[in-house]
Ligand binder design. Structure first.
Ligand code: NAP
Length: 227
């Protein structure tokens, strides 16, 4: 069975995830950071696209000791499995996702990836080959499901999220909207990619919860899946 997918992002009041130069911006505060840490700790895996790895070099680790201890007590690894979607295997072996924290890593590549680089990555991670040009997200989710992964938190960026939404793979979205305007027509948003043209293709959401957190607001959406 394919995993349940929860997207979490922080965006500015004008819907941008970072600057037009793709520079990381502090959008939320400590309280929201702790919420995200708990969401991550409650997931089997955390996933990002290679664009986020190249821009931000995140470790994707659970930071709070209490959350990590809770995971160990539940009988899971201290850290969720960390997954990078990276068709051409562009990730550096020195990336923080490999260097920081314990636990399994997965790099999803396509058949376009350089075989030598794939061999190198196999020393650091489980490599899943899915798709010809870009990563076939449906096949990837099947394979992650077969690995026993039931719940994945996707931390961005907008290109990967758009790909997942287009394939009908996203189940829930948390978007924290902070009190800044970043601007820029080319700055990343929650769902970049090509975009839908026809209204019948739009992804439909149901608002489950809204909550003021510090100086912004958290929206929690359920994504409808037409039968
Ligand atoms: P991204 O979504 O992290 O990664 C996109 C890349 O994933 C694609 O360019 C593609 O590169 C690869 N990919 C492989 N198969 C794919 C598929 N089927 N569908 C979609 N993507 C696929 O990159 P991004 O859109 O450039 O976002 C990065 C920016 O978002 C950074 O500025 C970062 O700071 C920001 N960000 C913000 C937040 C937030 O919450 N505010 C969170 C995360 C990131 P290949 O073709 O090379 O594989």
């Amino acid at each position: 069975m394919r995993p349940h997918i929860i997207v979490n992002v922080a965006m500015s009041a004008d819907g941008k995830l970072s600057t037009r130069e793709r520079r990381q911006v502090k959008i939320s505060g400590t309280q929201d950071f702790n919420r995200v840490d708990r969401l991550k700790a409650g997931s089997d895996a955390v996933m990002v696209g290679i664009g986020t790895v190249l821009a931000d070099d995140p470790s994707l680790t659970v930071k709070a000791e209490e959350c990590r201890n809770n995971r160990i007590q539940r009988g899971t690894d201290e850290q969720p499995i960390r997954i990078v979607v990276d068709s051409r295997a562009r990730i550096s072996p020195d990336a923080s996702v490999f260097r920081k924290g314990s636990g399994k890593r997965v790099v999803a590549v396509s058949r376009k990836a350089n075989p030598k680089k794939v061999e190198q990555l196999k020393k650091l991670a489980t490599v899943i080959i899915a798709g010809e040009d870009t990563v076939d997200l449906l096949q990837l989710m099947e394979e992650l499901g077969d690995m026993g992964i039931q719940r994945i938190m996707v931390e961005g960026g907008g290109t990967l999220i758009a790909g997942l939404i287009e394939q009908g793979l996203v189940d829930e979205i948390y978007s924290y909207i902070g009190n800044i305007i970043i601007g820029g027509r080319n700055a990343p948003t929650l769902a970049d990619g090509e975009g839908f043209i026809s209204e019948s293709d739009f992804s439909r959401l149901t608002l489950l919860e809204y909550r003021k957190i510090e100086t912004g607001i958290l929206l929690h959406w359920n994504v409808e899946h037409p039968q």
